[in-house]
Design a protein around this ligand. Structure first.
Ligand SMILES: Cc1ncc(COP(=O)(O)O)c(C=O)c1O
Length: 352
């Protein structure tokens, strides 16, 4: 994680780097992230509980609260914890105007320029300008930063229309051309793949954990390394005769005598239940295919290409030797989801 942050910094050059640590640092542990990202300029996360935990873990630099606050008491916590909230709707500005804060806070004003989730519509000149002017004029606001989020920064080609990177940037530039405030645009994909995306601060997440942003690039191409390796062992070996099947629903039936390894890891650990037969698993350093349905606590694999494997053999489900993105793609998802789904029952060991 430390090395990946250094790689992100190389791309960011002099820009302010927010390390995105929401969702328990994408499943890697918030406290661990606070240590690993000690060289980041700020942490970006989602909720007040995470912010409190980051402060408790000793993080004293800025914290960006990615969806801001929803209730008056949230705003009190924002002030007490010295957070930088994202403000994305008018009700949040109302709250800010109603409650006088003891000390003004920094605010990220979010515009919707094509993602169409959160933010003031950058195509609504009057509405966007009003939001800007209200915040700019508020005694509760010190530094104001203009922010937006890309819908398609990971697609080099093939996307056109209002949600394309250039269009999103143009929409923001159109509305904000005379506003002197700093800007924040880039997620990992924009930071690593789109040198044309400017701005004063960047917000990488997934790349810091060593995974790709989508299937168009690998982590290796981005120059990052997997932080998480999910490991286990074989706890049993079965030999199926031709015609015998393994696991729920008998999804995998042997066409010949087949050794099946039983791995102590299942969907209750965060391994995706929809992994199809053929999804790779490393056993004793050899790739073997999943054979049969993933169950709550176990995965079964075809050991035909690993004849030396036996009870106790080392297993890697993803990580250092098996890219999480490869597993995710086969399961119809992204590395983000697999990381975030890592279950609390999985013991974590830190290695350097
Ligand atoms: C507003 C915002 N910025 C940055 C990020 C980081 O994105 P990524 O993990 O793709 O780098 C996220 C993640 O979803 C986000 O919501």
């Amino acid at each position: 994680m430390r090395r990946n942050l250094a790689q992100a910094r190389r791309h960011a050059r002099a820009r302010f780097v927010w390390a995105v640590v929401k969702a328990n640092a994408y499943g890697h542990g918030l406290q661990r992230a606070v240590r690993a990202f000690a060289d980041a300029d700020g942490l970006a996360l989602l909720d007040l509980d995470e912010a409190q935990r980051a402060r408790d873990a000793g993080w004293s630099r800025p914290i960006l609260l990615l969806e801001g606050y929803f209730e008056p008491r949230d705003l009190e916590a924002v002030s007490a914890l010295k957070l930088t909230p994202v403000v994305h709707d008018a009700q949040q500005i109302d709250l800010l105007e109603q409650g006088r804060l003891p000390v003004p806070i920094d605010v990220y004003l979010k515009f919707n320029s094509g993602m169409n989730r959160l933010g003031f519509n950058a195509h609504d000149n009057a509405g966007a300008t009003l939001a800007y002017q209200r915040l700019r004029g508020s005694p509760s606001v010190s530094q104001l930063t203009l922010m937006m989020h890309f819908a398609n920064a990971d697609r080099a080609t093939g996307v056109s229309g209002p949600s394309e990177v250039a269009e999103q940037l143009a929409a923001l530039q159109h509305i904000a051309k005379d506003w002197p405030e700093q800007r924040s645009f880039a997620n990992s994909a924009a930071l690593f793949l789109r040198p044309e995306v400017n701005g004063d601060s960047v917000r990488p997440g997934i790349a810091l954990y060593g995974a790709a942003t989508d299937e168009s690039h690998t982590a290796v191409q981005l120059g990052v390394e997997p932080a998480m390796t999910l490991k286990s062992r074989l706890i049993a070996v079965q030999t199926l005769n031709a015609g015998e099947a393994v696991g729920y629903g008998s999804r995998f039936a042997a066409s010949r005598a087949t050794r099946i390894g039983v791995v102590a890891c299942g969907y209750a650990d965060g391994y995706p239940r929809n992994a199809p037969d053929g999804t790779p698993v490393m056993v004793e350093g050899v790739r073997v295919p999943i054979a049969g349905r993933v169950s709550m606590d176990m995965i079964t694999v075809d050991l035909s290409s690993a004849p030396h494997a036996a009870v106790g053999s080392d297993v890697e489900l993803w990580g250092k030797n098996l890219p999480i993105d490869e597993v995710a793609n086969l399961c119809g998802t992204v590395g983000y989801e697999l990381m975030c789904a890592l279950a609390a029952r999985v013991p974590v060991t830190e290695i350097d």
